[in-house]
Design a protein around this ligand. Structure first.
Ligand code: MN
Length: 216
């Protein structure tokens, strides 16, 4: 007789194939996505990590990332997040990133995404929908954030090409009305890194980074 134990089904980890295919890790200091990132980003067991990275690439944008099924779901937000519920911020979904990307800050000297990355906010997030995969498929993900700068209730809504062209990767990031909403321009009043407390310019001129660049 075989004894069968009931094991809670864990959804499979999402793939990082696209992330890896776009990058040459001999040229880029970005995490390769190989190692287990459990200890790299800080959160309690059962918590979900989120972060926002300001990315001064060919065009400045903010990368918004939510931990889900072992990776970071990622959107590039050209204008960055807004605390004003009237603002609908275009958010282009990009390839899933490895979890350890959530600790990354520095300079990508060349290739895909070349430019400076500043870890602008980080913390934990909680879905307000029962099933994140279903919410993503339906194009409406409601969630709350507990970051250093961003808090409270938000939604990501797929536009179906209404605003951002015909692209199905186009979403809107919108703050819900709550105690954490407001008319302040959060990217202007709080520009510093939550990791190094530096500004973009300070990261670009940091000695360690310059050394890394010259060693390559
Ligand atoms: Mn980016």
């Amino acid at each position: 007789m075989t004894i069968q134990r009931k094991v809670a089904k864990r959804p499979p980890k999402r793939s990082l194939a696209t992330y890896k295919a776009k990058r040459d890790f001999n040229q880029s200091p970005e995490p390769s996505g190989k190692k287990d990132a459990a200890n790299v980003v800080t959160r309690k067991p059962g918590d979900r990590f989120f972060c926002v990275q300001e990315h001064d690439a060919s065009r400045l944008h903010y990368d918004f990332r939510l931990e889900h099924r072992g990776v970071l779901l990622s959107w590039a937000v050209p204008k960055g997040p807004s605390l004003n519920p009237k603002d609908k911020r275009l958010a282009m979904q990009v390839e899933d990133h490895p979890l350890e990307y959530g600790d990354f800050e520095g300079i990508i000297p060349s290739g895909y995404g070349a430019g400076t990355v500043l870890l602008w906010d980080r913390g934990t997030w909680e879905p307000e929908s029962d099933d994140v995969d279903v919410a993503m498929k339906n194009g409406e993900l409601k969630f709350s954030l507990a970051g250093t700068k961003l808090k409270g209730s938000w939604v990501l809504v797929r536009t179906h090409g209404k605003f951002g062209g015909a692209n199905k990767e186009s979403w809107l990031l919108i703050k819900h009305r709550d105690d954490w909403a407001g008319a302040v321009d959060v990217t202007k009043i709080a520009p510093q890194s939550v990791k190094s407390f530096k500004t973009l310019v300070e990261i670009e001129t940091a000695k360690g980074v310059e050394k890394w660049k010259s060693n390559r």
